[in-house]
Design a protein around this ligand. Structure first.
Ligand code: UGA
Length: 457
């Protein structure tokens, strides 16, 4: 099919490449001319495993093209997908002005019978609103509007697209439903489940799914806190509950809180839409607060340990999770920021996100390898679960550090190996074998003014 993509950001670009890979002809437009120029040269604006190769392959066959002309992109398209930014308002509500603006831009160029698809993550009711926006400009045009939320995780977006758990098509008319089912036929033919439903349902599915996954994470993080108090091991507890098929083991890894451009924003948007519609979501509201508190609690623990071990901290990881260079709403960045603000000397290394991290937090020192970052430091904090950090040469690390303490906020380092190398090991929700509970005994005496605490007063 002939598909136009408006927006060459993370979602627009990966979706364009994957649709071209499925055999469609895709024209992709972005208002940022520099971005289009770079993409037309083959330069990638983001890091996503496999994406550069896929884009290169499909550009070479002509199946995927980038254009800075809306008219050229949209003119003969059967499907026009809107994948533009949806920032948040102060109160958490989604700001759909860019989606509305994109709808205004494409309206004059839409072909008769075109299906306009909202892919940006939006609150319920947006497809209906976009229908109005286009009708205001092209009242006599035969067009439809559908919703088609994405479920792509950064770092594994291509696999998530090609082997989806499900495809959700939101369509309030038969024409849109059939057109989108045709788009995804190569995947449904291979057995991918597809739910075709009303646009309002599709819009809610996206937000509710992200909120539910975030709740799983928030739950296991609170369980990890309990494990620490009672000497239990959250890895075992998580495995044990996840073996129940009704629960499942995904998204039950304790960590420094969820981050990224989706969960923090989507949980707030879901809660605020629910409030506005008179159906508040107290579970999600409390999750949002707990997730913010968690990053500060962990920073407080590390600062407390610094009173004992020394003030030179090495943080490994800045990205909000592994396999991405994205530091937006990254718990690692929040912790780095708190440690810097509390006057500690912080050195950071991240395999991909160093440049983005440094731009956001120049107060830390940024290094090109984990060992450089750890040299002459007192505490190592593993803040992002990059595979390379699980494979660190721990004896080497111990030999270059001044004091030897590891805070493993992702539970990826082998505790026995770390202890054998002479480290005091602190996992999350894991038993502390040496029983020197630094966080509990020292935190009380620490004059550590957390950013949040001062902000509140
Ligand atoms: C998330 C969803 O997983 C995708 O399905 C969705 O399409 C996407 O948002 C979106 O709305 O566009 P993403 O933000 O890329 O994808 O990242 P996730 O892999 O979901 O991780 C989110 C955060 O949760 C990360 O900070 C991660 O470290 C954390 N996490 C995840 C945990 O702390 N524990 C876990 O067990 C899993």
């Amino acid at each position: 099919m002939r598909i136009a993509m408006i927006g060459a950001g993370y979602v627009g670009l990966t979706t364009s490449a994957c649709l071209a890979e499925l055999g469609h002809t895709v024209r992709c437009h972005d208002a940022d001319h520099e971005r289009i120029k770079a993409l037309s040269r083959g330069d990638m604006p983001i890091y996503e495993p496999g994406l550069a190769e896929m884009v290169g392959r499909r550009r070479a066959t002509g199946a995927l093209r980038f254009s800075d002309s809306v008219e050229e992109t949209v003119a003969d398209a059967e499907i026009v997908i809107l994948a533009v930014g949806t920032p948040s308002h102060e109160d958490g509500r989604i700001d759909i002005s860019q989606v509305e603006e994109a709808a205004r831009l494409i309206a004059p160029h839409l072909a008769s019978g075109a299906v306009v698809v909202v892919k940006s993550t939006v609150s319920v009711g947006t497809a209906r609103r976009i229908r109005e926006v286009i009708a205001e400009r092209r009242g006599s045009l035969d067009f439809t509007v559908a919703s088609n939320p994405e479920f792509l995780r950064e770092g594994s977006a291509l696999t998530d697209f090609m082997e989806p758990d499900r495809i959700v098509i939101g369509a309030d008319d038969r024409h849109s439903a059939l057109a989108l089912e045709e788009v995804y036929k190569p995947l449904t033919d291979r057995g991918a489940p597809c739910l075709t439903t009303a646009t309002a349902n599709a819009e809610l599915i996206k937000h509710a799914a992200n909120a539910f996954l975030a709740l799983k994470i928030g739950f296991i993080n609170d369980v990890a806190n309990l494990c620490e108090k009672v000497g239990a091991d959250v890895l075992e507890v998580s495995r044990g509950i996840g073996l129940d098929n009704r629960i499942g083991n995904a998204f039950l890894s304790a960590g420094p809180g969820y981050g990224g451009s989706c969960f923090p924003k989507d949980t707030r948007a879901f809660a605020s839409t629910a409030r506005a519609n008179g159906a508040p979501q107290p579970l999600v509201e409390s999750l949002i607060t707990r997730n913010e508190e968690r990053k500060l609690e962990l920073a407080r623990r590390i600062a407390a340990a610094a009173k004992v071990h020394g003030p030179r901290i090495c943080v490994l990881g800045a990205a909000f999770k592994k396999n991405t260079d994205d530091v937006r709403q990254s718990p690692a960045m929040a912790i780095i920021g708190e440690l810097v603000r509390s006057g500690l000397d912080v050195g950071v290394y991240d395999p991909k996100a160093g440049a983005n991290g440094e731009a956001a937090c120049p107060g830390a020192d940024w290094f090109a390898s984990p060992y450089e970052a750890a040299t002459e430091r007192d505490i190592v904090v593993v803040a992002t679960e990059w595979d390379a950090f699980a494979d660190l040469d721990l004896p080497r690390l111990a030999s270059i550090m001044r004091s030897k303490c590891i805070f493993d906020l992702r539970n990826i380092i082998d505790q026995t190996e770390a202890e054998a190398a002479g480290f005091q090991y602190r996992g999350l929700g894991r038993p502390w074998r040496d029983h020197a509970n630094v966080a509990d005994t020292v935190a009380k005496d620490v004059d550590f003014k957390l950013h949040a605490a001062s902000a509140k007063s």
